[in-house]
Design a protein around this ligand. Sequence first.
Ligand code: CP
Length: 306
Amino acid sequence: MRSLINITDLTLDEIDELIVTANDIIANPAKYSEKCRGKKLATLFFEPSTRTRLSFEAAMYELGGNVIGFSEASSSSSAKGESVSDTVRTVSCYADIIAMRHPKEGAPLVASMKASVPVINAGDGGHNHPTQTLADLLTISREKGKIGDMTVGFCGDLKFGRTVHSLIVALSRYENIRLVLISPDELRIPEYMKTDVIKKNNMPYAETNDLDEVMSSLDILYMTRVQRERFFNEADYIRLKDSYILTPEKLLTAKSGLSVMHPLPRVNEISTAVDEDPRACYFKQVMNGKFIRMALILKLLEEAAK
Ligand code: CP
């Protein structure tokens, strides 16, 4: 049974096909409105979410399907001690495909080994968020007309930000991507990301804690929230949370063709005054997330039916 746990579960050709399908859905939504008639998606969210859960649900409704699920662990029998394995074996009896978010790294992988329907990782702890990565890749492709030959700056919490880790893994497979990693020292990208992904794939990269210094070199600026829920110490979070705040003034030295991205939710790291700047792409990412999830649901259900 084909699931999506890590972005590397998809080949580059498959990602390209998903982008093509998502673009076709955007252009011809009516063509897809009955594709999942009679099918059910289960959204099992053991951690809070707005975009991922609701975009999955909107995606399934726009494909003509139905949705069941829960939005917090406390309203499921996991609150009584039920395991992830038993939960997904149960839900496999009711749904054709599962989207799961869980605070424990690896929980969706365990789920995929026990479920009899496809499981999509909708975010596991500080580990992976492959469907956000697909939304990001669709956004880059639509904004730039390509994925490659560009300098991408990641700014903020590069230690705990699962969207950063997933997107860098994905970008490592494209040609000529230069990384600029901008963070406080305490929130630098983990060593394993540098060794196993960035250096292994010979990606040119620089690390700095000064966003102003590198702004003019960037084609994409991917801002991130400091992940309060992953900190052990509230004092450290308070000290680091406002390390970077993007304002219109800070963008004065940026390229006119810069794309400002953010997986959202934001807290303070992008001033709302930036929202009107044509270079702000984060609400386009939100919309693209629904379309690429539609494409993914279609692909996994088609493969499951073979
Ligand atoms: N980007 C993202 O995962 O947002 P949510 O946490 O709201 O789903």
